[in-house]
Design a protein around this ligand. Structure first.
Ligand SMILES: C[S@@+](CC[C@H](N)C(=O)[O-])C[C@H]1O[C@@H](n2cnc3c(N)ncnc32)[C@H](O)[C@@H]1O
Length: 236
């Protein structure tokens, strides 16, 4: 039974504001989607690492489900790391990382990575981060990451959370999908005090081509309410 407190709304990275139950349930749903992919890829349940775990919306459920032997929760934000280590069970370890792509993990040691809504904000060093995931994954291990891709932009409606920030950005234009196809990636930057402040748009063909040189890339079929593309990157 989950007996940990919930983080206050300010520590939830904008997920569900003060709506406690929706916040908690959303993490449980994500955790089960990840486990379904891990099962589908036949990955052993030894080491799970969440990159950009924030205050543990998802990893808290793995901890209570005892889903893996080890659960690691990395984030840039020290406040999140402290929250995780203070309030989540002891089978989760929060560790701060920097924006330089390096993690204090051994080669070939991770079975499953998750990075939900993280590569959507990594404006530089994206490929170096992917190389770091690849270095640390065991052969056959998977990284489940989300990206805002051309597939999402084609379906975007005014109800989506990204609609206002994307279409209101000075870089946005009516031909952005065509431009994205040519460039592969476009970064929408914002002035802000957070440790990350951009939205990264990526063309699905760029992911298949360039990310595909490091991993076997699978695109998970869209589920209801998806606003980002879920990718499974398997180390050969
Ligand atoms: C939009 S939140 C998503 C939080 C969490 N993945 C979830 O789904 O609830 C993005 C998180 O990623 C973290 N982040 C952004 N870039 C990062 C990086 N390069 N390494 C680690 N964490 C990062 C931010 O500090 C923030 O906590």
């Amino acid at each position: 039974m989950d007996t940990s407190p919930l983080p206050i709304a300010e520590d939830r990275e904008g997920y569900y504001g003060p709506r406690n139950y929706e916040y908690w349930l959303s993490g449980l749903v994500e955790a089960h989607k990840t486990l379904a992919l891990a099962n589908a890829f036949g990955v052993p349940r030894r080491r799970f690492v969440e990159l950009g775990a924030a205050s543990g919306r998802v990893v808290r459920h793995f901890a209570y489900l005892k889903a893996f032997e080890e659960h690691w929760a990395f984030d840039l934000n020290w406040r999140h790391v402290c929250w995780v280590n203070r309030y989540l069970p002891k089978n989760v370890l929060g560790v701060q990382n920097s924006s330089i792509p390096t993690l204090p993990l051994e080669d070939n040691s991770v079975d499953v990575y998750q990075a939900q809504s993280v590569f959507t904000h990594i404006e530089v060093f994206e490929l170096q981060w992917l190389a770091e995931l690849r270095r640390t994954l065991r052969p056959g291990g998977i990284a489940i990451v989300t990206a805002t891709t051309s597939n999402d932009l084609e379906l975007m409606t005014p109800q989506w959370p990204g609609y206002g920030p994307f279409t209101g950005h000075p870089r946005w234009n009516d031909n952005i999908l065509k431009e994205l196809k040519e460039r592969g990636k476009i970064v929408l930057r914002y002035d802000g005090e957070r440790s990350y402040s951009s939205n990264v748009l990526t063309h699905i063909d760029y992911i298949k081509d360039v990310w595909g040189r490091m991993f076997e890339v699978s695109v998970r079929p869209r589920l209801k309410d998806d606003t980002q593309t879920v990718l499974t990157l398997r180390k050969r």
